[in-house]
Design a protein around this ligand. Structure first.
Ligand SMILES: [Zn+2]
Length: 429
């Protein structure tokens, strides 16, 4: 029975005069109502102004986007630019831009005041174009640039079937999805390692012009949880200006061998135009790995090196062997074809296409036989612990550690725009 007594004591310590109480209640009730009407009246006045500007006094613009087969002349003709002006306008614009390449999506905007054409804008890029004005002496032209800002966007999702589909349904630019798979290509094979329920989170730059997103920039940070294992990548440009992705300790994600010679990006583009379904199967019937993949899927060199063998090799069918250093070599078998120029002695870089999946030699169906040799003997490609990765040092490491905290904090947010800054060319590659 101590409860009520305590309440009584509290009341005694905070006496409120009834008049003050009334004023307080009235303030609480009427302030929101007042603010509501203030906002409503403001919104109406903006709307009225907008309509007044458009209908009564403003210039009229008509706009058209280029479709396949369009020329600038045909577009100007459709926008009812008089025949005698079209040639002159095209000539002006072509002094800035090669008009043999009018691309799908380029736009033309004609501005008229009281029916007279005052300006024609030709925009061939999300952020720039050419304006042509009618002056007393004829047509004059100048380049224009649209001011832009760079925002940071966080997107995350759970993978049901494939990274690509999860990325697209989270509203992410396909280019960013492919870059994400490239960033982790040394650790995660997105074609075969992905499990239902794996998650990803990406922080990337989005360039906005007039509040409209026009393109994606760099991925600044990413996290993938694959089969319970967490992988993190943070973008960092070191003091010498070299940009790369690092793990939480400041070690580069690069290794001497990719996780798989069938890279997600290549597989995805191979599937484009067919039914998109880049989920491959991986088997380990022996010391190598067999990847069941459609015939023709491009095969990459898992690491930089020199071709030691390319050609027919009995049961292997068309086979390529690449020496990476004095310790490791990788072999690729049953190829439908070997890429032109991939001959013994030829240098190959990591990720370079060297051949195509097939079913040559002793093979029951299209698949890639992949093997890793360590000092000449076959080892399990999945168990290779490559040499220690390079770690940032000194001032770079300190700067990286500070940057990392901000990136991790943003990555933990849900799909949102998390920051905006003026575009200083950060997102141009
Ligand atoms: Zn095999």
């Amino acid at each position: 029975m101590t409860g009520p007594a305590r309440v009584k004591t509290q009341k005694a310590h905070t006496p409120i005069h009834p008049a003050i109480k009334t004023v307080f209640v009235l303030t609480i009730v009427f302030t929101p109502i007042f603010l509501f009407f203030l906002i409503i009246s403001d919104a109406f006045s903006i709307k009225k102004g907008f309509y007044a500007g458009r209908v009564l006094t403003g210039p009229l613009t008509s706009k058209r986007e280029a479709k396949k087969g369009d020329t600038l002349s045909s577009i100007l003709n459709e926008l009812k630019v008089p025949e005698q002006d079209i040639g002159l306008v095209v000539k002006e614009i072509s002094s800035f831009h090669d008009l043999r390449n009018v691309s799908v999506g380029d736009s033309v905007r004609v501005t008229r005041i009281s029916g007279d054409i005052k300006k024609i804008d030709y925009q061939n890029d999300a952020l720039s174009g050419v304006s042509v004005f009618r002056a007393d002496t004829g047509w004059v032209s100048e380049k224009f640039e649209i001011p832009s800002v760079v925002g940071q966007t966080v997107a995350n999702g759970v993978i049901e079937t494939s990274l690509y589909e999860a990325g697209i349904s989270a509203g992410i630019d396909p280019k960013i999805v492919m870059e994400l798979s490239d960033i982790f290509a040394w650790d995660v094979d997105f074609a075969t390692d992905i499990r239902k329920g794996d998650t990803f989170s990406i922080l990337y730059e989005t360039v906005y012009a007039d509040d409209t997103p026009v393109r994606s920039g760099n991925i600044l940070g990413a996290e993938v949880v694959n089969d319970g294992e967490r992988y993190v990548a943070v973008y960092y440009k070191d003091k010498s200006g070299r940009a790369d992705y690092y793990d939480l300790d400041g070690r580069t994600l690069r290794r001497s061998l990719l996780k798989s010679p069938l890279r997600y990006r290549r597989i995805s583009s191979y599937f484009t135009g067919r039914r998109f379904h880049p989920i491959l199967k991986r088997y380990r019937p022996h010391h190598g790995i067999d990847y069941a993949a459609p015939s023709g899927t491009p095969v990459e060199a898992a690491g930089e090196g020199r071709v030691a063998f390319s050609g027919w090799k009995s049961g292997y069918g068309n086979f390529i062997l690449v020496n990476h250093n004095s310790i490791y070599a990788t072999g690729y078998g049953h190829l439908r074809g070997i890429k032109k120029g991939i001959r013994p002695g030829r240098h190959v870089s990591q990720g370079e296409v060297i051949g195509y999946v097939g079913s040559t030699g002793i093979s029951t169906g299209p698949h890639l036989h992949y093997e890793v040799r360590k000092r000449g003997s076959l080892v399990n490609p999945l168990s290779i612990k490559a040499e220690p990765r390079k770690k940032l040092g000194g001032n770079d490491l300190m700067a990286f550690m500070a940057l990392k905290e901000g990136v991790l904090a943003r990555l933990s947010q849900k799909n949102t725009v998390v920051a905006m800054k003026e575009d200083r060319g950060a997102a141009t590659r």
